[in-house]
Design a protein around this ligand. Structure first.
Ligand SMILES: NC(=O)c1ccc[n+]([C@@H]2O[C@H](COP(=O)([O-])OP(=O)(O)OC[C@H]3O[C@@H](n4cnc5c(N)ncnc54)[C@H](OP(=O)(O)O)[C@@H]3O)[C@@H](O)[C@H]2O)c1
Length: 235
């Protein structure tokens, strides 16, 4: 799959899945635009991608801030002249104790992190993605969105809302060459997690390398096949 000439934005690139996804996109030939709350977690990744012959540009943006995200997205479109992909990797988790015991402050935090960042980034890049000959917006969701539990209510509700928003973007993309699509995992495992617990099997987890491969493969399929799709990477 070649993404040569394409510009792909990775939101939340400094997190657990970020390095694998950014490296894979750069290997496919994409110019990667990375956003994270701070630049600290992107410095090493930027030089690693460059050393491997790829290109990844780091940006510090608070994606919960609507105005800051809109201004940054406009500047990216203006600077790079196009955007062919938006991969949303902003994550975070807070559990609860049950429906009545749950602290709704956690819901506020989760909905900002997991829903508002999806809304802000997909709005910021919507027109550029829709204008691209092969635009893709990829949300990484959680199995919990479809199988919510009482102790995980706020997290599950936030991921379900992010999915619904993504499906609405898919509706907006219908009839164009762009697609908005969802990949569902139960949990992710990184090389660092494996190194820290070499004896663990991480059953049911999706390796970030496999997630990266699945994300890049969204460009290999026709837009109308992946638009509005929920692809499960769970057993
Ligand atoms: N990890 C799992 O087991 C799992 C399970 C199901 C679904 N998922 C989904 O998979 C995706 C990737 O997960 P992940 O584990 O790689 O996520 P993660 O490690 O939690 O990474 C999130 C990244 O987003 C950044 N971020 C947080 N708030 C931000 C903001 N306001 N503006 C800009 N950047 C911000 C974080 O930066 P800071 O570190 O500076 O805050 C961090 O680098 C997420 O959508 C997640 O919901 C993950």
């Amino acid at each position: 799959m070649s993404l040569r000439g394409s510009v792909v934005v990775v939101a939340g690139a400094g997190g657990g899945a970020g390095a694998a996804v950014v490296h894979r996109l750069a290997l496919a030939g994409a110019t990667v635009v990375m956003a994270n709350r701070t630049l600290d977690s992107l410095a090493e990744l930027t030089s690693e991608v460059a050393a491997a012959g790829g290109t990844a540009h780091p940006y510090a943006v608070d994606l919960v801030d609507e105005a800051a995200t809109a201004a940054w997205a406009a500047s990216v479109v203006s600077e790079f002249g196009r955007v062919d992909g938006l991969v949303h990797l902003v994550g975070g988790w807070r559990g609860g104790k049950g429906i009545t015991e749950t602290d709704l402050a956690d819901w506020d935090w989760l909905s900002d992190l997991l829903v508002r960042t999806v809304q802000h980034t997909s709005r910021g890049f919507h027109d550029a993605l829709r204008a691209s000959p092969n635009g893709r917006f990829v949300l990484v969701s959680a199995a919990a969105a479809s199988h919510p539990t009482a102790k995980n209510a706020s997290y599950a509700a936030a991921k379900a809302a992010a999915e619904a928003w993504t499906l609405a973007v898919a509706d907006s993309f219908s009839g164009s060459a762009a697609a908005a699509t969802i990949i569902v995992v139960k949990a992710l495992v990184t090389p660092a997690m494996r190194a820290a617990k070499p004896e663990a099997t991480f059953t049911g987890y999706t390796d970030v390398a496999d997630l990266a491969e699945a994300i890049v493969s969204r460009w290999a399929k026709p837009a109308d096949k992946v638009n509005g799709e929920r692809a499960w990477m769970t057993e």
